[in-house]
Ligand binder design. Structure first.
Ligand code: AQP
Length: 332
């Protein structure tokens, strides 16, 4: 079976609808057909200051949400990044293979460091994409299911894997991004020109899956659309409506043309009211399931321990091969 790997940060507490539709939903589907490795990326989280107690709690919360979303520890390997030390070890090697200018071109760093203030951004935030390169290459992943915002980091992964293989001999699989056209980028409900994001969105434009469903319904009903009245999928001319149709279609399995037909002659209000209901029907059981996993931290921790053991077996083998290729003297 081809292999996939992906990760999510335990930073905000609740996942948002962009995280779910862009990434996690694909993870759930791919565990059926692929040898799947998914992780909570706590090493990535500390590139921005974290409160230690909150980081611990949010790491369990992220794992609970992944299970609630449908990851099955019998079908995939679910683990916490810091439980597998090989990530940081391979990242160092990849750091030494990356050009400073090359790393400086990563747009996510530019955006995030601008938000922090250039002087306050950490070196960790700068090298974050290179840690991500190591994350992917350690598992010899064929595909990486992520949102559109990660495309540039996957490109960097491919470049560095090719560079390593060229310089030291065939070692790493060259991975491909797995990004869905319809849900690769979910937009802010108040400003459909920007992606839904925990740090850029206003609270009204961001749908957190664990928020009170009533408040969530209200946010969907007050989503920004346009001054036209026709419900039509047209991301250029009608980004707000198209975003709502994309979300609607993915959550219900109804195709976009089917939805366009169903709302022919109806106003935006009808679309928003119905979508609010669809979203509430999704988040309500999701919240309950997340809580059930949180209520049993021992089971949760043991799932993560088993996952880390499985992940380490693969990661350790790749790291040892890479170390050998680089020319490090094997430890006796
Ligand atoms: N709006 C989005 N649409 C589609 N996919 C998205 N992802 C994030 N936002 C969208 C995808 O979610 C996965 C996990 O990303 P992350 O760990 O970077 O999560 P995050 O930090 O919570 O994402 P944010 O909100 O985008 O954070 P900031 O604002 O800090 O950058 C990834 O696969 C990502 O592509």
């Amino acid at each position: 079976r081809p292999r996939v790997l992906s990760g999510i940060q335990p930073t905000a507490g609740s996942f948002h609808l962009g995280n779910y539709l862009g990434a996690v939903r694909q993870w759930v589907a791919l565990q059926e057909s692929h040898d799947a490795f998914y992780m909570v990326v706590d090493l990535h989280a500390i590139t921005i200051p974290q409160d230690p107690k909150e980081l611990t709690a949010n790491t369990r919360l992220a794992a609970a949400q992944l299970l609630a979303a449908g990851l099955d520890p019998e079908r995939c390997t679910l683990f916490v990044q810091s439980h597998v030390p090989e990530h940081a070890q391979l990242a160092w090697v990849m750091n030494c293979l990356t050009g400073f200018g090359e790393a400086s071109r990563m747009t996510q760093f530019k955006d995030k460091s601008a938000k922090q203030g250039a002087d306050r951004a950490s070196v960790g935030l700068f090298t974050y994409p290179i840690l991500q390169v190591a994350d992917i290459l350690l598992y010899q992943a064929d595909e990486v299911p992520v949102g559109e915002d990660q495309r540039q980091h996957i490109e960097l992964t491919r470049d560095l894997a090719e560079r390593f293989n060229g310089r030291f001999g065939e070692t790493f699989t060259i991975p491909k991004p797995h990004i869905l056209r319809e849900t690769g980028k979910i937009y802010d409900l108040q400003d459909p020109s920007i992606k839904m994001s925990k740090s850029a969105s206003t609270p009204k434009g961001l749908i957190n899956l664990l928020d009170d469903p009533k408040a969530t319904a209200k946010k969907v009903r007050s989503a920004v659309t346009d001054t036209d009245t026709v419900v039509r999928y047209d991301p250029q001319e009608k980004p707000g409506v198209s975003n709502l149709l994309g979300i609607y279609s993915t959550l219900t399995g109804k195709s976009v043309p089917e939805l366009e037909q169903a709302y022919e002659g109806k106003l935006y209000g009808a679309l928003k009211t119905d979508l609010a209901e669809v979203v509430v029907d999704f988040v309500t059981p999701f919240r309950d399931r997340t809580q059930q996993y949180l209520d049993d931290p021992e089971t949760l921790d043991s799932i993560l321990a088993k996952g880390a053991e499985k992940a380490r077996a693969v990661a350790a083998e790749t790291l040892s091969q890479a170390y050998q290729q680089v020319g490090f003297l094997p430890a006796k």
